[in-house]
Design a protein around this ligand. Structure first.
Ligand code: GLN
Length: 274
C-alpha cells in the first residue's frame, strides 16, 4: 500500500507547524514532513512527493499588507529553482492529481488570497473572497462551536455529527466575498462547510462572541467543489487530545479531541485513493 505522506510548510512567520505535523501522524499519516518554504523554492522538496499539503497558522510576514497577502504573492509568482516552473504550477498539479490541501487560520487566509478558495468553477487563481479584520477590531482568542453542513463536499468534515468545538485565535477572521453571486454560489454548492453557531449546533449566528469576527453568513470554513481543498479559521490541530479542552479537568470527555477527525479523514482518503 502507498505510504500516506503529509507536508507541512513553515517559514516567514508560521507557528503551528509542529502541532499540524503531530495531528497528521496521529490521524494516520505514515509521514509528516515539516519543510521550510525555501526548500520548496530551491527544489529540494517537491509537492509531487506528497499527498496532503498543510498550510498552517501564524503571522506570515507579520500580517503586513493584510494577513497572508505577501505569502500569497510569493506562492503565486515564485519560481522553483532549476525546474523551469513556478511553485504555483506544482500546486495546480497537486490539485489536478486529486491530492489534498488544508489551510488553517493563516493558511486559510493564504488559500483565499491566492484564489484557491472558494475556486468556483475550478478557477484556483482568481480571488473572489477575503478574510479581514474582526468586526470588533480586536484579536480573538476563544473556543467556538462550529455547525457542520452534512451536505458539504468537504472530505475533512465527513462523519461529524452536528458540529465541532474548536479554538480560534486571530485578528483577521472576518470572511467576506466580492459580490452577492459568489456568496450564492458558495451556499448553493454547500461549500460553507463550517459556521459559527450556538452550543447545540442549532443555527449559525452573527452574535458575538459565538461568532467571534462577524463573518458573512457566520462562515468559519469553506471548501472547493471537489471537497479536497479546505480552509477554516478555527484550529483543528489544537484539539487532538482531551487535555487541550478548556474544561478537561471538570468534564468527562472522550480521549480523542474533536479536531482529529479532519486529519483522520484526510489520511483515510489518501489510503483509499492512492
Ligand atoms: N492564528 C493565526 O493563524 C492568526 C492568523 C493571522 N495572523 C490573524 O491574526 O488573523
Amino acid at each position: 500500500m502507498t505510504k500516506a505522506k503529509a507536508l507541512v510548510i513553515t517559514g516567514n512567520g508560521t507557528n503551528c507547524e509542529m502541532e499540524a505535523a503531530h495531528a497528521c501522524r496521529l490521524g494516520g499519516f505514515d509521514e509528516a514532513r515539516i519543510a521550510h518554504i525555501s526548500e520548496l523554492m530551491s527544489g529540494e522538496v517537491s509537492l509531487d512527493d506528497y499527498h496532503f499539503l498543510n498550510l498552517t497558522g501564524g503571522f506570515l510576514d507579520g500580517d503586513d499588507l493584510g494577513s497572508a497577502k505577501a505569502q500569497a504573492n510569493r506562492l503565486r509568482y515564485a519560481a522553483v529553482e532549476g525546474k523551469g516552473e513556478l511553485l504555483v504550477d506544482q500546486i495546480s498539479r497537486f490539485i489536478a492529481d486529486g491530492k489534498l490541501i488544508l489551510g488553517v487560520c493563516n493558511g486559510f487566509q493564504l488559500l483565499v488570497k491566492m484564489g484557491m478558495l472558494p475556486a468556483l468553477g475550478g478557477d484556483y487563481l482568481k480571488q473572489t473572497a477575503t478574510l479581514t479584520y474582526n468586526a470588533n477590531g480586536r484579536f480573538q482568542d476563544r473556543w467556538c462551536y462550529l455547525k457542520c453542513d452534512p451536505a458539504s463536499p468537504s472530505l475533512y468534515t465527513r462523519g461529524i455529527e452536528g458540529g465541532v468545538y474548536l479554538p480560534v485565535r486571530h485578528g483577521e477572521g472576518k470572511f467576506l466575498v466580492d459580490d452577492a453571486r459568489t456568496l450564492e454560489a458558495i451556499e448553493g454548492k454547500h461549500l460553507s462547510c463550517l459556521k459559527y453557531s450556538d452550543k447545540n449546533y442549532n443555527a449559525p449566528t452573527m452574535e458575538f462572541p459565538e461568532n467571534p469576527n462577524g463573518s458573512v453568513n457566520a462562515i468559519a470554513g469553506i471548501c472547493d467543489e471537489t471537497g479536497r481543498v479546505m480552509g477554516l479559521m478555527p484550529h483543528p490541530e489544537a484539539f487532538v487530545h482531551r487535555t487541550q479542552h478548556p474544561r478537561w479537568t471538570r468534564e468527562e470527555l472522550p480521549e480523542e479531541g474533536e479536531g482529529l477527525i479532519f486529519f483522520k479523514n484526510a489520511a483515510k482518503y489518501v489510503k483509499e485513493n492512492f
